[in-house]
Design a protein around this ligand. Structure first.
Ligand code: G3H
Ligand code: 13P
Ligand code: ZN
Length: 309
């Protein structure tokens, strides 16, 4: 039981066609809910922290909570920085004891993305930490309307090969049609599997990462809306499409929005049905249980990662 890197996890996932869930965390209940699920499912686990989560909970609290989770469950866990935007935040997390960082240079031109990623890889590898980088831009809802926009924003397979060779990065996040949040598609959901297969065939040993992989399940959107929520038109990536992607090199699947929806639907229900309730444990506890259920479902039915620890 320790903080570990993703190296061995990804090696196994790559040859066995499953993916490791990378779940975003920012408080105690979310961490507990996720680790309980991974423990029950006996699954490999990545907990990831965004810059926003780091600011919200403070680095020291998050680190201690993850250490406590390891002690409590006996799990090996990879602790990952999600969407690090510059060298400085990656260095801080590496110095704090994270075992994995993402340097997200996807908004920069190709050569700048390479230079920034190389700088992080050099520092991280010297400290035994692995690095995820991103090439291509995740689609916005508007991009979905114009098919032409895809080739401009999605990951170019030949560039991916050059990027991995020149940076020495450990895993690569690619853009094939997903996007962050609850509004991913206006029309039919679409993932560019041909592009994914091409990238995987050119980089068979590189673990690929899928961001924006929440499915925004109707049941949870409906539950939120039933109790006064206003999230009309939300649409995620169907779960079978995520499952399919794990056959072509996707080893890490990032999920945040589905956890937010599950927890919020439950808390909203409790507070509306019991308006006189004011003990936070009475709604945060069930919120935590809702996270556990959702993560178990993802591990078992979407990522195919049960008993792969
Ligand atoms: O990809 C972004 C994650 O869902 C984290 O979101 O920046 O609101 O913490 P956040
Ligand atoms: P979702 O918003 O689809 O959950 O994506 C989360 C993510 O990619 C975190 O990096
Ligand atoms: Zn992301």
């Amino acid at each position: 039981m320790a903080l570990i890197t993703t190296k061995e996890m990804f090696k196994k996932a790559l040859v066995n066609d499953y993916a490791v869930g990378a779940f975003n965390v920012n408080n105690m209940e979310i961490i507990q809910g996720i680790v309980d699920a991974a423990s029950i499912e006996n699954a490999p686990l990545i907990l990831q922290v965004s810059a926003g989560a780091r600011k919200y909970a403070k680095p020291a609290y998050l680190l201690k909570l993850v250490e406590a989770a390891i002690e409590d469950t006996g799990l090996d866990i990879a602790l990952h920085l999600d969407h690090g935007e510059d060298f400085d935040i990656c260095k801080k997390c590496i110095d704090d004891g994270f075992t994995s960082v993402m340097i997200d240079g996807s908004k920069h031109p190709f050569e700048e993305n390479i230079a920034l990623t190389k700088q992080v890889v050099e520092y991280a590898h010297a400290h035994g930490v692995v690095v995820e980088a991103e090439l291509g831009k995740l689609a916005g809802v508007e991009d979905n309307i114009k098919v032409d926009a895809r080739s401009a924003t999605f990951t170019d397979p030949d560039e991916a090969v050059e990027f991995v060779e020149r940076t020495g990065v450990d895993s690569l996040a690619i853009a094939i049609g997903t996007s962050h949040g609850a509004y991913k598609f206006k029309g039919e959901p679409y993932l560019d599997y041909e592009r994914l297969k091409k990238i995987h065939s050119l980089l068979p040993d590189t673990p690929l990462v899928l961001h924006g992989a929440s499915s925004v399940l109707k049941e949870f959107v409906d539950r939120c809306n039933k109790f006064g929520g206003q999230i009309p038109g939300a649409q995620g990536v169907p779960e079978e499409m995520i499952r399919e992607s794990t056959k072509y090199g996707i080893c890490k699947v990032n999920i945040d929005t589905d956890l937010r929806l599950a927890m919020t639907a439950e808390i909203r229900r409790i507070l509306i049905e019991n308006p006189s309730e004011f003990d936070p444990r009475k709604y945060l506890g069930p919120g935590r249980d809702a996270i556990t259920k959702m993560v178990q479902h993802k591990i078992k039915n979407v990522l195919n990662a049960s008993n792969q620890r």
